[in-house]
Structures are given as C-alpha cells and as structure tokens.
Ligand binder design. Structure first.
Ligand code: FAD
Length: 404
C-alpha cells in the first residue's frame, strides 16, 4: 500500500494537518528548501545548454535524484521507498523544480514518481511490483506510461492498439503509441490496449511489458520544443506476444486504472513546473532590481513590477491549489475539482509566468545563454500533457453542473 492510500481514514492526523497548514503558510518550507538547496548543489552542471540543444537525457543526474530518495518518495519502504505522505512529496518535488534548472530532468523524475510509479504500486501484481519497483526507485531501471496514440489523445479511450488473447492465454499486441515520455531510455512500459474493440472503454486493459520483448519497437528520440532533456518517442507493437502475467489488473480494468492515474497526474504532475515558476520569479526580481535604464532599476517601472506581481499571483495560486489537491487525496476524499484546478493553474500559470520573465529580461530573455527562453519552452508543454487545458476546463464545468 503506498502513502496516498495509507492515510485515508477520512480525517488526517494532527501531524498531517499541521504539515498541510505549514506548507500553505510557509512558502519557504524546510522540506522544499532542503531539496532545492540540495538540487542547486548536486544537479547544476555546465552541460545543460548543450544537453538542451542535443536533446540529451542526463542519466547521472537522474541517478543522483534516485540516490536522494526522491524517485521512491511515495513508495512503500518494503520496495525501498520512503513511504512519505503526499504533502511531503509535493513539497520536496516542488523543491526539486525550484533548485534544478534542468526542467526536463525534473519532469523525468516527477513522471516516474507520479505517473508510472504510483500506478505500478497501486495496480501491479505482487510479482510485477517485486520485480520492478525496487529498480525504478533506485534509478537502475526506467519506466514509461503509454496511453496516447497518433489518433487518440484527449479522447484517450478511443485507442486502437489491440491485445488479443490467444488459446494458450497469452496476448498479442499490435498498434502504435505516441509521445511516450522516457520511451527511448525505458526498461519497462505500462501499456494500455484493447482486449475487445467492441467494448469501447470497457475493453481497455493495462499491461506491463519489458522493453526487450520481441515485437516491441521503440522509436527514435523525437526533438521537441521544450523538455528536450526528457527523451520521448513513439513505440510500436508488431505481433508482440506477452504472457498473461503481463496483465495489470483484470481484462477491461484499464480505463479505471488510467482514470485513477490521471487524478494523481492532474493534481501533481505540474509540481516541478510550480517550483520552476518560483525560480523564474526570483530571477526576474533579481534582474529587475539590478538592470538599469533611464537611470533607474527597471523594477521601478510599474509596467515591469506589475508583470512580476502577476508571476507571484500565478505561483501562489498554483501551489495552494496543488496543496489542496494533496490534502484531499491524503484524506481519501475526491479531489477531481481540485486536481483539475491544480493542473490548470500550474500549467497556465507557469506558461504565462515564463513568458512574462522573457519580456522582463529583454534580449537576455530571448537568447539561449541565460536560460530564460529555455524555461518558456519547457513550461509551455504543461498545457498539453497530462490532459490538455481544454479537458481540464471540461471537467471543471461538468463538476459545476454544466451540461456536457
Ligand atoms: C511533453 C509531452 C509528454 C507526453 N508524455 C506522454 C506520456 O508519457 N504518455 C502518454 O500516453 N502520452 C504522453 N503525452 C501525450 C499527451 O497526453 C497528449 O498530447 C494529450 O493528451 C493531448 O492529446 P493530443 O496531443 O492528441 O491533442 P488533441 O487531443 O488532438 O487536442 C488538441 C487540442 O484540442 C483540444 N480539445 C480536444 N478535445 C477537446 C474537448 N472535448 N473539449 C475542449 N477542447 C478539446 C485540446 O485541449 C487541445 O488544445 C505527452 C505529450 C507531451 C507534449
């Protein structure tokens, strides 16, 4: 049982309540600051600009994050995890985004913890958890979560990859998955396919498939606008045969596994970007205090200072909504509204804030050397992955009682 499920008696204990309140009131919370300081010291290297240009993943940095315990922060200690609460995890991962300038490396880590790791621990069989979780947590293996297809994005359950059962009980997969984070370096894939195309979403089934399985073909790392240091690619299945033991849950339970994973993803996948947004804000304040034009710091011009005030508002809104989603999930309550609001505020706020930072920095914001433009490129993807903004607004509208 992982840390989210472990503390769900309806009411959090006094320690959990104090932590949540402390996180809300203290933007410089020691858990966040501790990881941010560690990341500045251990995840800063002079190859970032080159790695960003060449779309290169930093294995050594990923391993350092694992060694710090962050890849297993939520996982049960039985698998080598830290067994920490969701609120603690959010604070520490936010600190990672704040302290580490390689947003792609942070995205690789948060995807591992919040998407792949959580789903494996919640829905994997004992054998799957025992085989893979310790290696994922230690950074010795990489996992990828693969739902999207070229023709099914927001409409995820219209997927067409098939997994047809054979007489001996094994399954044969055929189809293509798109935009799979970490695929080029993955050792194992969580894959959603239909075991019965006639059943629509009720035919969707999850599988756990090692990357070296014959018939599973991983595409080349695809260059993209941002998060270029997180590799991603398509994966194709050509008569890829897997045993029944590759099933995660029962046949047809994939839609509920996916939906449950999405609630965690919506609530917290932007945690690294929220940390990065604070860094973007701090950099903008420093720059606006020191850069002078017309004989005075540009921060004394209202046009500039108000832009930075807007970044502050975006950051504060995003982090508070994320803590609310964490608190609700920790209490075992539905966090659908909070998670959708958190995703929307985190992604849209980070994008708007990073764009404002480019403007505040003038030409220095636009050239590669200073990293401000890199943050804008990196933070723009959040409005697409983990459910695009339009989908989050649909969820919010539906929960408000508006007709679909
Ligand atoms: C950096 C990155 C990493 C990713 N990693 C993964 C991964 O690891 N695994 C994985 O499975 N997928 C991954 N994805 C894919 C991602 O989940 C999809 O891109 C996303 O779900 C949107 O699907 P789409 O790109 O097909 O866009 P579409 O679904 O075609 O949407 C295009 C536009 O139409 C809007 N739209 C669509 N339907 C509606 C509607 N009903 N109402 C209102 N607006 C709507 C959307 O908001 C969007 O603006 C990743 C994507 C990116 C960019």
């Amino acid at each position: 049982m992982n840390a989210i499920d472990a503390s769900t008696d309806g009411e959090p204990n006094a320690d959990a309540s104090a932590l949540i309140l402390g996180a809300m009131l203290d933007n410089d919370h020691p858990l966040k600051r501790g990881v941010a300081d560690w990341a500045r010291e251990n995840l800063t290297d002079d190859t970032l600009v080159e790695r960003d240009h060449s779309c290169t993943f930093w294995h050594e940095g990923f391993k350092r994050i694992a060694d710090r315990g962050l890849l297993g922060i939520l996982a049960d200690p039985a698998y080598g995890g830290q067994g920490r609460s969701l609120t603690e995890a959010v604070l520490e991962l936010e600190g990672l985004g704040l302290g580490c300038r390689d947003d792609g490396l942070v995205f690789a880590a948060t995807s591992t913890v919040l998407t792949f790791g959580l789903a494996l621990e919640r829905f994997g069989s004992d054998a799957q958890r025992n085989e893979w979780l310790p290696k994922i947590i230690s950074g010795d293996a990489v996992g990828s979560f693969s739902m999207t297809e070229p023709e099914s994005g927001s409409d995820a359950f219209s997927l067409t990859t098939t997994a047809l059962k054979t007489e001996d009980g094994s399954y044969v997969l055929n189809g293509e998955k798109a935009w799979v984070t970490m695929a080029p370096v993955a050792d194992v894939f969580m894959v959603f396919a239909t075991t019965n195309p006639d059943l629509g979403r009720w035919g969707v089934t999850a599988f756990l498939i090692p990357a070296d399985t014959p018939g599973l073909i991983v595409g080349n790392n695809q260059p993209k606008m941002g998060m270029r240091t997180t590799p991603f690619s398509s994966i194709t299945f050509e008569n890829c045969t897997v045993p029944a033991s590759a099933l995660m849950g029962a046949e047809g339970s994939g839609a509920s596994i996916f939906s449950s994973s999405m609630e965690a993803e919506r609530g917290f996948l932007l945690v690294g970007s929220v940390g990065a947004l604070e860094r973007v804000m701090n950099d903008s304040v420093d720059y606006a205090r020191t850069r002078e034009q017309f004989g005075q710091p540009i921060g004394s011009f209202q046009g500039v200072s108000h832009q930075i005030a807007e970044i502050k508002l975006a950051h504060e809104s995003a982090r508070l909504l994320m803590y609310k989603a964490a608190a609700l999930q920790q209490r075992g309550e539905s966090s659908m509204m909070a998670a959708a609001l958190s995703k929307l505020a985190g992604s849209e706020g980070a994008l708007a804030g990073a764009l404002a930072a480019v403007e505040v920095h003038g030409a220095r914001g636009y050239v590669s050397e200073y990293g401000v433009e890199r943050d804008l490129r990196n933070l723009s993807g959040g409005v697409i992955y983990g459910g695009a903004s339009g989908i989050q607004k649909n969820i919010i509208a539906r929960l408000l009682g508006l007709p679909a």
